[in-house]
Design a protein around this ligand. Sequence first.
Ligand code: ADP
Ligand code: ZN
Length: 292
Amino acid sequence: MRVGALEAGGTKMVCAIVEAEGQQWNILEKVSIPTTTPEETLPRLADFFRNKGIQALGIACFGPVDLHRDSPTYGYITTTPKPGWTWCDVAGFFGRELGVPIGFDTDVNGSLLGEATFGCARGLENSIYITIGTGIGAGIMSNGRLLHGMLHPEAGHLTLKRGVGDEDFACVCPYHDSCFEGLAAGPSIEKRYGKPGAELTERTEVWELEAYYIAQALLAYIMILSPEKIILGGGVMHQESLFPLIRKEVRRQLGGYLNTKELEHMDEYIVPASLGDDQGILGACCLAMEVC
Ligand code: ADP
Ligand code: ZN
């Protein structure tokens, strides 16, 4: 079937036309449009999807978003600090403009769904996708279903214990004084060391502290959600030296408490995203397939 896929980010919108069947897919066309105001951006996106013969559109959207189907604001971006986008009816706009069914979920649930359908989490009922970029967010699959709950998980705002020497760093999150996103997302690295992560590759202490924070968060996810695989994506994870440091630190913080076949093979348990940069767009494709 032919569907439209939209990965709606705060910086850019990636849209694609995808031909997909079962576990096979083919991206026929893909473009990226900068995210400016809704008035300017949304019509440009609708123009891209029009007259392409799509059966449905899937949207993996930056948030917070309303995912409750019986809510009057279902499919809206809700309380985002991004200027102009507060209470923006994204799903409704495309439904009206394109006249096709709309699948809608968070960007991170989208990426996880892409990995669970086409990528490294295929066949697993319990997995997590964490993006560590400008912010931190997690998509969670539990017993074969994407977790939504009261709102949707906001696992980037987990409270963490400070690393040695980092006690006085002013957490970047405006809401919390010691949360995962405020201590470990890209902007916090830049604030702590005065330059962006990409320019700090040789500084081992940067990545040891980063791995300490990421491992603390993973430990909480492991203990509560019992995932069979953990996928790490986002700009900060381009720092490949982080993977072995994180695996080692997770093992250390576990303290030998758990013994599972997954944890025995850490290299296959904590892994990078497997679909290049297409996990988000392919997840949006899956969201569309679900409503066809
Ligand atoms: P977004 O979260 O806005 O979608 P990204 O996932 O690309 O975008 O994340 C951007 C963040 O990742 C920036 O804070 C940037 O400094 C950081 N980043 C990008 N590349 C690297 C790298 N090689 N090492 C460490 N941090 C990086
Ligand atoms: Zn926070």
